[in-house]
Structure formats: C-alpha cells, structure tokens
Design a protein around this ligand. Sequence first.
Ligand SMILES: [Ca+2]
Length: 519
Amino acid sequence: MQPTVQALALIAMLGSATSVSAEDSESPAKRPNILLIMTDQQRWDSLGVSGNALVRTPNLDRLAASGAYFTHAFVQSPVCVPSRISLFTGRYAHSHRNRVNYTPLDRSEVLMLAWLREAGYRTAAVGKLHYYPPTKEEALRTGFDAVELHDGVPFTDAWSDYVRWRNARDPLNYLPYRSLAKPIAEGKNPFRSSIAAEFTDTAWTGERTREQLRQLAGGDKPFFLHASFWKPHGPFEVAEPYASMFDGVDFPLPLRTTLADVEKFPLPLAKLVLRDGPKVLDIPRERLQWIYRSYFGTINHVDVEIGGILQTLKQLGLTENTIVVFTSDHGAQLMEHGIMDKNCFFEASVRVPLIVAWPGKIRAGTRSEMIEMIDLLPTLFELLGLPEPKSCQGRSFAPLLADRGGKYVPHDAIFSENIIPEVITGGNLDMPFEKGRGIAGIRHPDAKMVRTERWKYNYYPEGSAELYDLKGDPHEQANLAGRPEQHEIEAEMKDRLLKWLTTADEADQIAPRWLLEGK
Ligand SMILES: [Ca+2]
C-alpha cells in the first residue's frame, strides 16, 4: 500500500521533533497506552462527582478521583458525527466539514488513531463509531487495526458485530434489541427492556472491550483502544435490575416549556422543538419521570461495565501505563426547553463529562477551566511526547495535568456550532446533498455559539440570536439578545464569533510551525 500524503507529513514532523523536548520524547515501545471510553448523549451533570446525589456512578466517580475531572468541558457540535470527528481530528466542524450525521468523512481529514498508528500504536475500537458509510471497512480505512462495530440504528444492523453476537447467545434473539417488556404493571417502569442485561449492547461493549484489552496486552506495541457505548442515548429502554433501581425516586424535572415559550425562540430552534408538532410539550410528568429513571438506570449499567473494563486493565497490569479518558459526544436535554435529545446550544447539550486519568503521572483534582473537546488530541499528543499535527485547532491542556515546562493559557471563550437538519429536511435523511447548495438547494441554518465564563451567545444565520447570563440564569431561561441594555455585551460576543470564524483555520494558511521550529 502506498503511504498517504498525511502519513508522509507525519513522518516529516516526527523527523523534525519539534514541540517536545528530548527528555519528553519516549520511544514508541515505552509510550503509554490510551483507553478512550465514550458514551453517547451523556449530560455533564450525570455523575455522582458532578454533584448529582441521585445517580449511581461509583466507578466513574473513582476514576474521576484518581485523575483530572473537568467540570466545564464542551463539545464542538451538539450532535454525534460532527462532535466525534472534531474530537478525533482536533478540528472545528466548519473546518473538517463533517457537519451533520450520516455524511461521509472528508478523505483529506486524518483522525487521531491514524496519527497514533503511524507513531507505532496498535489501534482498536469496540462499539459505536457512526461513520458513513457505516461499515467496518470504512472504520478500518480511518486507521483502526481492529473494529467491532455496533452503530445501533436499524439500517446499520447488517454490519453490527453486536447483533451477530447476540443472535448467537440470547434465547430471546427473535425480539428486537430495543423491544420493551409487556405487560408492565401499573407503577412500574414502562421502559423496561425485554432483553436481559447480559445481552444488551452495553454488556457487549464491556465484554468485547475487555477481550480487546487482553489481546492488546499481549502485543509489543502500545495501544489506542476506543470503547464506545451506545447508551444512555434514547429511546430509553433499560434492562433489569437497572429498570427498577430508581423506583420511587423522584428526579427533579425541568420547568414545563409552553408553546408561548417556544414561539419566542429563534426560528430554527423553534422548528427543532416543534418538528413533530406541539404535542411534544404535553408529555405527562409521570412518563417524563420514568424517562429520567431509565436514562440514569442505563448510566448505572454503563458504569458497571466501565468498572469491569478498569478491573481488567488492572488485572493485566496495565493501569500504570495507560491514560484513561472518559467523555461523551454531547449531552441530552431530557425536555429542558421542550427538547428531548440535543441539536441545540443549551448547557445540557453542549457540556459533557471529561475525565483524564494516568496514575502517578498526572495531577488528580477537579478543574473548572473551560475545555474544548478539540483540545483532547493535542493534550494526549503532548503527554505522549508526539508533535501536534499542524491541522489541529485545539489547545493542549497538558500543563494542567503535569509539570512539563509549558504554561497553560485558559480559554476566555469556547465555541460550538450546529446545523439543525430537521429544520430543512423534516427528518427525511434521504434528501440529496448538493455541493455548494446544501440539501435540496437550501443552505444550512448553520448556527454558532460562543460561551465565556459568564455569557453565552448563539447566532443563527437568518439573524436571530440568544444571549444568556449564565451567572444569574444558569438554566438559560431569559434570552437577553436584542435588549438595549445588553447591546455592548452582544456586540462583544458577536465580535468573538467573527474573530473565531476568520482565524480558526489560520494554521492552514501560515507557515507550519514544524518548518520554523527545531532549527
Ligand atoms: Ca451521539
């Protein structure tokens, strides 16, 4: 196979050994492993360590206590594919251009795993990847040596290793894996799954990750292993004993959103809320309560599996030499502002848990600096002693984790961006995308968010905006955009967005650092 242009560029970069000092550079065999554990649609406030007294996440809480736990980590796009590609490229969605779900990855983009493989790592993935086309071949093409795939939506089941695994084991394999038990007694969880916990995709992801760990432990290369859970993403089916673990527990529910509230939203956001009609706002409180119990039940199930993965890591003697990262691709509204899922800029959607642990090597503690998820790639590369790909737009926070000589400059603002496909497609995924013209000739309503410690400003292309004072209004209830007394702060936030959009790509436009340094 011919080496790719990107591979040659990396070899050139490694040869010039630029951004790390000689004592930081490790030989490939000595470099630590990376275990990247990811969940789908898990809110920042869904861990015990986040201050949520009702949830049960003892394993993640322990991991957080052993490493650096970030309370203010933000995804670059509040939807699956753009967010994941941002994490894996260290680039904003408008730069990697993979901006909505079910769009193919631009072949000129290089993912973290491909850079790591070129640097001597063995790379493997278990679970949800969400590439398009959603095949194992496509996943392998992006730089994985081994992939066990389960994207978890029906049209991808033909390629699902989980579906095959379950079919071979589960006596109830004739039932769809998301089927709900019937009948459900009055006062019991209507989302109880008819599938036993041991045959769920959550259990499969845990089991296969542990098996991959055993295989990778025997190799002579360091490894990058991506364990990617489908849950706690809805629909909210949940297996016993997790289905009934919160029976009788009342989670605090969000304020009810009325049609009058939604009519004040920017038009794209209002269309997102009302895509299936206004009846969504009338969800009975009791049913919503069961949704909360089920969502947090699946989080406990995932936590149990993560506990098993970390236990295997320990048994294999790998804990000391493995950087463990835990995060999620975006959060979940759970009916805050009338939205069940995400695709918006409220904190519940853009803010996610982030833990980075490496015993004895990085400082344990809780950090409140604002982190962009594109910062993870340069951080890991700095910890590994690898030069940062010049295409990367993130900022390493390694100086927060260890004393490495570098000084950390915290972000004074972080950014996210979002295309709301439902607004233009009505949920129809088959509408053809036309280069330069969007979908069916309609340009994307491409919304942008900037957030400082205190303010959040969301701008929509048709000219509407939201401005929230997070200090006085943490639940983002009062949109202050357009108020004369907020004119100055609104102008400042808009200016930040413009500066970001005009400079984020500058690494591609100026002389690459590796040509200038190391002389
Ligand atoms: Ca997702």
